[in-house]
Design a protein around this ligand. Structure first.
Ligand SMILES: Nc1ncnc2c1ncn2[C@@H]1O[C@H](COP(=O)(O)OP(=O)(O)OP(=O)(O)O)[C@@H](O)[C@H]1O
Ligand SMILES: [Mg+2]
Length: 288
């Protein structure tokens, strides 16, 4: 099976043929490696959410195509393909309240497994497993999804999508509105799902430190186009991306490393994670 998601010349136009017509994606071509973590960054309004909604067929290209796990999606894709696609690709929305609709938290997470034919008791144990994974305790199971906090809603929404066992998990700002412990928990969960279960993770984030700590690849959107993409280390050490008006700031690790006097340092790779930075420092400490 092909190991990457291929997007070719994708355009998306909102409200076509009206006075409000807006080209939100303009000739997007990119390859996203499978079984890795890819993060999407860029200013507000640059097209990130519009782009990821194409990955599970929530939006259909105006022009161009996507190739995902032997499926091809273009402007005249048929329903059957979309049904298969939606099983393979789980999407967690930017605003999780938009995807919660059952009376209780536990019922909400059981919807996916039930749709895929699991019995009530199997669906229940599946839902419990994923709620535990995202850190939602049994005290919240019987609450309405609308009586819990925004951060909790987000975690319930993630559990609901995970319970469908997607091959590719796409998330729109999954850490927005979480405190630092909640954020770490979600990111650790996503990393574990990627490493242990080989789930491909594609997520939008405005948190550049999350990008440096957890991603393998970065796609940088600017004004409805892709301005740059590639391995995280290459992107984050590219000074050009921090130009005025890019909306991007340097991650803490990159900032710190840039400020070190590197003249006498032995460095294999420029660090992007805290662990890599500590390694560089440890290897260069003069212990004599
Ligand atoms: N339903 C819609 N109808 C018309 N235009 C839209 C619609 N949704 C988004 N747009 C426009 O499309 C462009 C891209 O929007 P999108 O939501 O993809 O941006 P984004 O990068 O996700 O931004 P943010 O970081 O704020 O979430 C914006 O100019 C936006 O105003
Ligand atoms: Mg968005």
């Amino acid at each position: 099976m092909d190991k990457s998601i291929k997007i070719k010349h994708l355009d998306y136009v909102y409200q076509r043929n009206t006075p409000f017509e807006k080209k939100a994606l303009d000739n997007i071509s990119v390859e996203i490696p499978k079984e890795e973590i890819t993060m999407i960054i860029g200013k507000t309004g640059s097209g990130k959410s519009t782009f990821i909604k194409h990955l599970n067929g929530l939006l259909i290209p105006s022009e161009g195509s996507l190739e995902i796990s032997d499926l091809t999606v273009n402007s005249d894709v048929n329903k059957k393909v979309l049904t298969v696609l939606r099983k393979k690709v789980g999407l967690v929305f930017q605003f999780p309240e938009k995807q919660l609709f059952e009376e209780t938290v536990i019922k909400d997470v059981m919807v996916g497994p039930k749709n895929f034919g699991l019995s009530d008791s199997e669906s229940l144990s599946n839902a419990r497993e994923y709620l535990t994974k995202v850190g939602i305790g049994s005290d919240l199971y019987n609450k309405s999804p609308f009586e819990i906090s925004g951060g909790q809603m987000r975690r319930v929404a993630i559990a609901g999508v995970l319970a469908m066992n997607p091959e590719i998990l796409v998330l729109d700002e999954p850490t927005a509105g979480l405190d630092s412990i909640g954020r770490k928990m979600i990111m650790k969960l996503l990393r574990d799902l990627n490493k242990d279960n080989k789930i491909t993770i594609i997520m939008v984030t405005h948190d550049i430190n999350v990008v440096s700590e957890y991603s393998d690849n970065v796609i940088y959107f600017k004004e409805n186009k892709i301005a740059k993409y590639g391995p995280t280390r290459d992107i984050l050490y590219d000074e050009n991306i921090y130009s005025l008006n890019s909306g991007l700031i340097k991650p803490d690790v990159v900032n710190f490393f840039n400020k070190l006097d590197k003249t006498k340092l032995k460095i294999q790779n420029k660090p992007i994670t805290t662990d890599e930075l500590i390694k560089v420092i440890n290897e260069n400490i003069d212990r004599s």
